[in-house]
Design a binder for this molecule. Structure first.
Ligand code: BGC
Length: 724
């Protein structure tokens, strides 16, 4: 189903056809030797060519052939779905150019390639890094079938503003959890060696601060103070770099007045010098050219010089780097800067094995196993937000499935569904029908997703609801109300859905609301009036199966929010890890500043109690460690898995105040009814620090507080001290 490429691995080829193996052509030699040998042979134009990436289109083998054969292009993006075209282009590069330098083909495999799984924000709610690694490995394998060498993922931008549509693509608001997921994704995409034929090079994006767009409007300006940049926005990137990510993407936004794609501080100082990143950086789509739009560079030529000098090695789509030879002549840039960027790109091409195996290699795909994994991911991502009177798991067979998402398929794919196909999507109705075999189902759409409703259609839905014992009300927002350039002004239910909700609730039937969305929604009334609420995000092709697994209790819910749910858009930005203020009692005239649902929140089909938080000692010395523990008890009637969360607060910090709480660890603990277990975390003194504005990890002695709790808004803090 993934398309069968014509050209497979041809083994060793003598790239320059001169009968002699040059050093760079010899796979037995170390990468650095090959890079140096090749670079020495390249003309100035060929070097600049390596720095450019174009969009691949159906006619690229004709339209862009001259660029490729003259060595003036290094990469294409948007490979899929045509492996043959990809291989034809590669053949031009490998066999029709002087040096035979292969192209590298990039593609946005974000939440699955063909087997679309939940959007990253949803998947992050699994708090399950092993699952993330398995899924990204699956996505990598499927991508390679059509010749994707490199994915523009994972996106590791911290987001605190659900108006911003790209919150869907990231892992929520927490830098610690975000870092773990970033690293797991890199491991999944790349494996131990991205040179293997079933792996792709990963790309951490969008570096950096992109998620802090003012007003939640995509591409908008960001102003981020150094303490917040260092402690909130940078850590997930650092974690991804430490996990070995081959590449990184520079963002569109301007950061404190300097565009991220021309930002020497973040790209050179932090990324290269402080972190020692050895891969290459690609600009985002035309982000190099956009230095001019930002009012930073005067023209294309200057934009090219500024971006390359800052550390953007490859330019995506815009072609400012074509001006570089002229800029060398005018002494506006040193050719050594270009050479360094070329080296970084060539290194990745060598490591990916493109010189030795430029064409797509046969890779097996077990479609059934992939679907099963996607189904597991859906169930693991669904967050149970309310379950009054234990209406779930479903105990009845007379079910009305109402709402615009009852039979929807396409919108469940989510915002970056790659080759995901709407006809492969299991709708909620189909999933429930398969799960409750003897069920009596009544189905009605009630209203469209965003368009106005007709009174007749709502009435028809109400009629169906009245006849059932329980109503599953499937509501939400379309896939492309989230993702790139899809910001929202309001965070309620679109169209007539709130009206539909009110009418259905008025029937008096217990309502189980299932929400499909790419962001947290501000839905206090839905939470209040539904008997149960399940946040299903945009789950991908196994949507109906995975959601039904949770609704029926075949799989008990375990997911936890990785992003706070606001009550109202007026609270935004809303996140748990804010600072104390001088006057914490100050609040809105017309409401509270407390989130509707906090970070870490999620219910199970049982109940748990937490004992007091205890410490192995009251004080610890620098170099020492402390064990923090509690007794966790399953007080309900069903077995369940609880996600116990360790939160820390540094009470007084001279280098800059610390958040009211920071997640420092978590454990997923499965307990039988009535069972108790000791849950403990060990923190070393050196884990109690924070990043200084100049990038040093500083641990200050003093008082700390910690708690082990079910979410960021509960648990009693207890204190211990760190001695100087
Ligand atoms: C997006 C990136 C994406 C790139 C290539 C850009 O518009 O911001 O996330 O990787 O396009 O498709």
């Amino acid at each position: 189903t993934l398309g069968k490429p014509e050209m497979h691995h041809r083994g060793w080829i003598d790239l320059n056809k001169n009968g002699v193996k040059d050093a760079y052509e010899d796979p037995a030699l170390p990468t650095e030797t090959r890079v140096a040998d090749l670079l020495a042979r390249m003309s100035r134009e060929e070097r600049v060519g390596q720095l450019l990436q174009k969009l691949m289109t159906d006619t690229s083998d004709k339209k862009d052939a001259a660029l490729v054969t003259s060595g003036q292009l290094g990469s294409f993006l948007g490979v899929a779905p045509d492996a043959n075209l990809r291989n034809r282009l590669q053949r031009l590069a490998v066999e029709e150019t002087r040096l035979g330098i292969p192209l590298i083909f990039g593609f946005d495999t974000i939440h699955g390639f063909r087997t679309t799984y939940p959007i990253p924000l949803g998947l992050s709610c699994s708090w399950d890094t092993t699952l993330v690694e398995r899924l990204t490995a699956m996505a990598a394998r499927e991508s390679t079938v059509v010749g994707v060498d490199w994915t523009f993922a994972p996106m590791v931008d911290i987001a605190r503003d659900p108006r911003w549509g790209r919150i869907a693509e990231g892992n929520g608001e927490d830098p610690y959890l975000g870092g773990l997921i970033a690293a797991a994704s890199v491991r999944g995409f790349q494996g131990n060696d991205y040179g293997r034929p079933d792996r792709v090079v990963a790309c951490l994006k969008h570096y950096v601060g992109y998620g802090a767009a003012e007003g939640g409007r995509d591409y908008n300006t960001t102003e981020i103070g150094l303490p917040t940049l260092r402690n909130i926005y940078l850590p997930p990137f650092r974690a991804g770099v430490e996990a070995g990510a081959g590449t990184l993407m520079a963002a569109f936004n301007s950061l404190n007045g300097v565009p991220a794609s021309g930002n020497r501080f973040t790209l050179d100082q932090v990324l290269r010098r402080e972190w020692g990143f050895g891969g290459f950086v690609v600009g985002d789509w035309e982000s190099v050219g956009e230095l001019v739009h930002h009012g930073y560079a005067a023209d294309k030529a200057e934009a090219g010089v500024l971006s390359l000098t800052a550390g953007v090695d490859m330019e995506m789509v815009s072609e400012c780097y074509r001006e570089l030879p002229a800029m060398i002549d005018q002494k506006k840039i040193d050719s050594a800067v270009i050479d360094e960027a070329v080296r970084r790109i060539l290194r990745v091409k060598f490591k990916k094995g493109l010189f030795d195996q430029p064409y797509t290699a046969p890779v097996e795909v077990d479609v059934a196993a992939h679907r099963a994994l996607a189904r597991e991911a859906v169930a693991a991502s669904c967050v149970l937000l309310k379950n009054e009177g234990a209406v779930l798991p479903l105990g009845t067979r007379s079910i009305a499935i109402i709402g615009p998402f009852a039979e929807e398929q396409a919108e469940l794919l989510g915002c970056w569904h790659a080759l995901g196909n709407a006809k492969d999507v299991v709708s909620l109705h189909a999933g429930l029908k398969a799960a409750v075999k003897k069920g009596k189902f009544r189905v009605a759409r009630g209203c469209p997703i965003i368009e106005p409703a007709s009174a007749k259609e709502i009435d028809a839905a109400v009629k169906q609801a009245k006849k059932a014992d329980v109503v599953i009300l499937a509501l939400g927002e379309p896939a492309l109300w989230a993702g790139e350039n899809n910001h929202r002004l309001d965070l309620g239910l679109p169209g007539a859905q709130q009206q539909l909700f009110d009418r259905i609730v008025a029937t008096g039937k217990p309502v189980v609301t299932v929400l499909f969305a790419g962001r947290p929604l501000a839905i206090p009334a839905v939470l209040e009036k539904s008997a149960a609420v399940l946040m299903a995000w945009h789950p991908g092709i196994e949507a109906g199966h995975g959601v039904a697994d949770v609704l029926t209790g075949k799989v008990a819910p375990t997911a936890r929010l990785t992003t706070s749910f606001p009550r109202s858009v007026g609270q935004v930005p809303v996140h748990y890890n804010h600072l104390h203020t001088s006057r914490p009692f100050s609040d809105y005239k017309d409401g509270t500043r407390e989130a509707l649902l906090p970070f870490g929140f999620g219910l199970t089909y049982t109940t748990f109690t937490y004992g007091p938080t205890r410490f192995s000692r009251d004080t610890l010395a620098m170099g020492g460690a402390i064990t923090i523990s509690t007794t966790l008890t399953n007080t309900g009637k069903a077995a369940g898995t609880e996600t116990a969360q360790l939160y820390l607060h540094d009470v007084a910090c001279l280098q800059g105040a610390r958040p009211v709480r920071e997640l420092k660890g978590f454990q997923r603990v499965t307990l039988a009814p009535g069972e108790s277990r000791e849950v403990s975390f060990t923190l070393r003194a050196d884990e109690l620090g924070s990043w200084s504005p100049d990038g040093k990890w500083v641990v200050e002695p003093g008082r700390f507080e910690a708690t082990i709790a079910p979410n960021a808004a509960s648990g009693e803090m207890a204190a211990f001290a760190l001695q100087p």
